[in-house]
Design a binder for this molecule. Structure first.
Ligand code: GCB
Length: 628
């Protein structure tokens, strides 16, 4: 493996060199750059780097390329568009294991003034990215699902000519990555969802005229449902200027004016600008009435307008009292569903229409909550804000082994994931919990305890308004765990009546009710939410046979009836809304599985409804989810 990696690196270098030396094709210059983006939130100075891109697998991995289903062009490059998952539709083990791919984009700057600085922003690259501009290395980044930005230096940038951006993407992951990967004893790649490689979300160019809004925090605080709200708006402005600059920020929150103090910001420094408004009678956000406030900001350098920024946010209160979650003062009994951003044709590289469809399906089901194992696409967050869905927001610290969590570097990077997720998504009223992981060991030792403590502390320091949670394996034998102390919400993934579980403890579905009561007793002051329950269904047949639509229907009815009988339960989420690709050889407890597909979905992969959809929908709609 080591040698192969070394070889791949050497080839990578040679390839990068060759790409840069090659004459630039003017036909694709300046193509596909459009002002704006796929999200409402953002600066007026961003440009979507769309249009024609090129892709090729690493020349060092030519052997592997034979496993991929697409045909390479003679020169090795294939036209593509971004977002892109290069192995969508390739269900082979090498596709899951990962490889190295290259992307290339030729473009002209949409504004050639020499006073402008430029940043490139990637919304999600799976997994390791290394970036060059015109042959000069711009930087690198590790980890998918969270955005990162790199400055395009003057040294690298061509103001008037065609620029060539080259991105090397390596989607081979290790056991300490997020999510981790490895091999089963049978030699098959492991993992909870398909390892799509590529530029999975959009790429932007951002123009900076001396000053740049690096990030914005809008934090409404509401101490009771009928109380006035106070809203803090904090704008972090970075100066790209050489000398100090007089910086002023102005803006509005809804129809209220925001007043910021003018400051001098040194060259290359950042300034923090705060403004507070009090809303005497705020219009509250909830899934039933997703009311939003528009926030508009303008930044001036010495009185000259250089950037504006807009976003939408909402005001609502979240509280846990007596072990129950309250939204705007009301006790909730949420119903919802987990999902993956997966599409049969394009994998994780969803477009606007597909993201819309996913959110629309969750709404049609009657869900008030959605959950994924990773931070969702920013547009899905905005749709959740607008259409009224709460988001259980989790980082891909997924089934991480204790041996990995024991490594302090892994713990530190995991905490960093939590931190970055909070910073990226805290302005969304839809987000109601920061989840620090999914299914770590159900017998937490000191390493997990340390991770829980540190990540909870970090999340709360950055955002004191939201609870912190963890999705645990629902095993009765795990007992009560003091290590969960720093958490506010316990998410329980339970498969009673589906998987047997260690020592068959989940075999009898009648164990579900007593188990939930046991969890309640263990964690009296924490809110409890069932974060997963589900059964595979890929065929018609007997109700007694696992894997049939009939079995799934009966399972869904049974579980939902038990949840309805526990008024203290703050919510229950079915896993999952729609089918998705897991990994080669996936069975998921189904005696007649259809690998690599996860078929616990209430919807088939193409969106068609299974019979259990209607049971879940009827139940969700009949449940008083948001309290009175
Ligand atoms: C889980 C995981 C989820 C799987 C699911 C299953 O506990 O969190 O990612 O898809 O079980 O179907 O086994």
């Amino acid at each position: 493996m080591h040698n192969r990696r070394q070889l791949a690196r050497r080839c990578a270098f040679l390839a990068a060199f060759a790409l840069l030396a090659a004459p630039v094709a003017p036909s694709i210059a300046a193509d596909g750059i459009t002002r704006g983006g796929t999200t409402f939130e953002g600066a007026n100075t961003r440009y979507l780097l769309g249009g024609d891109w090129l892709f090729r697998l690493d020349p060092g991995d030519v052997g592997l390329a034979q496993n991929f289903q697409y045909q390479e062009a003679a020169d090795g490059w294939t036209p593509t568009t971004v977002p892109n998952a290069w192995n969508a539709g390739d269900d082979s083990p090498p596709s899951m294991t990962g490889t190295v791919g290259w992307y290339r984009k030729d473009f002209r700057l949409p504004d050639t003034r020499s006073t402008m600085d430029w940043i490139v922003r990637f919304e999600s690259v799976n997994y390791r990215a290394e970036i060059w501009l015109n042959g000069k290395r711009v930087g690198r980044h590790t980890g998918a699902f969270l955005p990162f930005e790199l400055r395009l230096t003057n040294r690298a940038l061509r103001r008037d000519g065609v620029n060539r951006l080259v991105v090397r993407v390596d989607n081979r992951r290790g056991p300490g990555d997020f999510p981790p990967s490895g091999f089963s004893s049978a030699g098959d790649p492991t993992g909870g969802w398909w390892n799509y490689g590529g530029l999975l979300r959009e790429v932007y160019l951002r123009r900076v005229d001396k000053l740049d809004i690096a990030n914005v925090l809008v934090r409404p605080r509401l101490t009771c449902a009928k109380c006035p709200a106070s809203v803090l708006t904090r704008v972090n402005v970075r100066s790209f200027a050489r000398r100090k600059t007089r910086v002023s920020v102005s803006g509005t929150f809804g129809d209220r004016r925001l007043r910021f103090k003018t400051k001098t910001v040194g060259g290359g420094r950042s300034g923090v600008f705060d403004a507070k408004v009090k809303l005497r009678r705020p219009r509250l956000w909830s899934p039933a009435h997703p009311r939003l406030y528009g926030v508009r900001l303008t930044v001036r350098a010495g009185g000259r307008k250089v950037q504006s920024y807009k976003l939408r946010t909402g005001v609502r209160s979240l509280k846990i009292t007596g072990g129950r979650l309250r939204l705007n003062g009301k006790l909730v009994h949420l119903r919802g569903t987990g999902l993956h951003e997966d599409d049969k044709q394009v994998g994780f590289a969803l477009d606007n229409a597909r993201r819309w469809a996913l959110v629309a399906q969750a709404k049609e089901l009657g869900a008030t909550v959605i959950r994924a194992h990773y931070p969702l696409h920013p547009q899905i967050h905005e749709l959740a804000d607008r259409r009224g869905l709460l988001v259980w927001s989790e980082v891909p610290v997924y089934n991480l082994k204790t041996s990995q969590l024991k490594r302090s570097v892994v713990r530190r990077l995991a905490v960093k994931q939590v931190e970055q997720n909070v910073i990226a998504n805290r302005n969304h009223p839809s987000v109601f919990v920061w989840s620090i992981a999914n299914e770590l060991s159900s017998r937490p030792g000191p390493a997990q305890h340390s991770y829980i403590r540190r990540s909870a502390k970090r999340a709360k320091r950055l955002d004191p308004t939201r609870p912190v949670g963890l999705a645990i394996n629902g095993y009765p034998a795990a007992g009560c765990r003091g290590q969960y102390g720093p958490l506010d919400i316990i998410g329980v993934n339970n498969y009673f009546g589906w998987y047997p579980g260690p020592n068959n403890q989940l075999l009898d579905r009648n164990g579900l009710g007593p188990y939930l009561d046991q969890v309640r007793k263990c964690y009296r002051r924490k809110a409890i939410i069932v974060t997963e329950f589900g059964a595979e269904a890929n065929r018609a047949g007997s109700v007694a046979e696992k894997g049939t639509f009939e079995f799934q229907q009966d399972f869904v009815r049974f579980h939902l009836a038990v949840y309805a009988s526990k008024p203290w339960l703050s919510g229950a989420l079915y896993w999952a809304l729609r089918e998705f690709r897991v990994r080669p050889g996936w069975a998921g407890g189904n005696p007649l599985p259809s690998p690599p597909f996860h078929t616990k979905g209430l919807l088939h992969f193409d969106g068609a409804k299974k019979p259990a959809w209607f049971d879940a929908q009827a139940n969700f709609k009949a449940t008083n989810q948001l309290g009175r």
